[in-house]
Design a protein around this ligand. Structure first.
Ligand SMILES: NC(=O)c1ccc[n+]([C@@H]2O[C@H](COP(=O)([O-])OP(=O)(O)OC[C@H]3O[C@@H](n4cnc5c(N)ncnc54)[C@H](O)[C@@H]3O)[C@@H](O)[C@H]2O)c1
Length: 275
């Protein structure tokens, strides 16, 4: 385990899923942990978990799409810890908007922007003055930033934008020795994407043949990548994205059929999901 004793890490959306695993992992590594979480019950839950693990934690019931709330959060961080070493922009959600692009409403466009990109802009902008030299900004992107996904076009576009944001901000902050990177997970089992509830029962046995490394993601996979990127081991890595996908992007459309034979010809009919 890498040692983050004396460091302060802020994780947005740290009350569940990938964000929670990241928050708890930084806590186990010795960091003080700040969590911004919109859901009050999840905020209480992660606060209790971090405190019972002996982590110096500040958990704020904060909506990171709201500028005043984000500024208030940074004031609280400054008052409690004085500075930040790691910012993890984890909040993001496809918001259940899976439809043809021409049917996406203005309200859905605004909501997807607020959750997937504006939250990153607001939080990073407010955090930069607090980030110490040697600090690190990590945004949770998606494999959908590097391949197309039908019926989820707007979410995918905002995740692509994270790539550009990461590259450009890395240049700006490089001279301050603050590194800026992203992590792009393939499907990961979380409350937002409860894999085993989503995939139709008759297809569950195929999962191990769909991804080269034989499984979908766990929140702990992203936590490991975040800890590495924030550590001195990644001290010369900036402006880039780690693909966290078990080899899915390398495979493209290739996977193994029920007999274990590699194919790029679909053998599942329908969408394979329970919807
Ligand atoms: N789960 C996946 O398959 C997957 C795949 C690729 C990328 N991602 C990305 O990983 C990140 C985390 O996804 P997840 O599946 O763990 O999500 P999740 O919905 O399971 O958890 C997200 C947490 O963020 C909180 N949150 C949502 N909006 C917020 C806001 N405005 N302010 C503060 N907190 C807020 C939620 O209450 C929740 O606790 C997202 O950026 C998502 O796009 C997820």
């Amino acid at each position: 385990m890498l040692d983050f004793t004396g460091k302060v890490a802020l994780v947005t959306g740290g009350g569940a899923g990938i964000g929670r695993a990241i928050a708890e992992t930084f806590g186990r590594a010795g960091a003080s942990v700040v969590v911004a979480e919109i859901d009050a019950r999840r905020a209480d839950d992660v606060r209790a978990a971090l405190e019972s693990a002996g982590v110096d934690a500040l958990v704020s019931p904060c909506d990171v799409t709201d500028r005043a709330a984000v500024d208030g959060l940074m004031d609280a961080v400054k008052a409690r810890f004085g500075a930040l070493d790691v910012l993890v922009n984890n909040v993001g959600d496809f918001l259940g908007v899976t439809k043809r692009f021409e049917l996406v409403t203005d309200d859905e466009l605004d909501a997807l922007y607020a959750t997937n990109l504006k939250s990153v802009f607001l939080t990073t902008r407010a955090a930069i003055p607090l980030l110490r030299e040697g600090g690190s900004v990590i945004s949770i992107s998606s494999i959908e930033a590097f391949r197309g996904i039908p019926m989820t076009t707007v979410y995918s576009a905002f995740k692509h934008a994270i790539t550009g944001f990461t590259r450009s901000l890395a240049l700006e902050l490089g001279p301050k020795h603050i590194r800026v990177n992203a992590i792009a997970p393939e499907t990961t089992d979380t409350p937002q994407v409860p894999i085993h509830a989503m995939i139709a029962q008759e297809h569950q046995d195929h999962i191990e043949r769909w991804i080269p490394l034989g499984r979908f993601g766990k929140p702990e996979d992203a936590a490991g990548a975040a800890l590495f990127l924030a550590s001195d081991l990644a001290g010369w890595i900036t402006g880039t994205t780690i693909n966290l996908d078990g080899g899915a992007l390398a495979a493209g459309g290739w996977y193994r059929d029920p007999r274990g034979i590699w194919t790029n010809v679909p053998v599942v009919t329908g969408n394979g999901f329970n919807f």
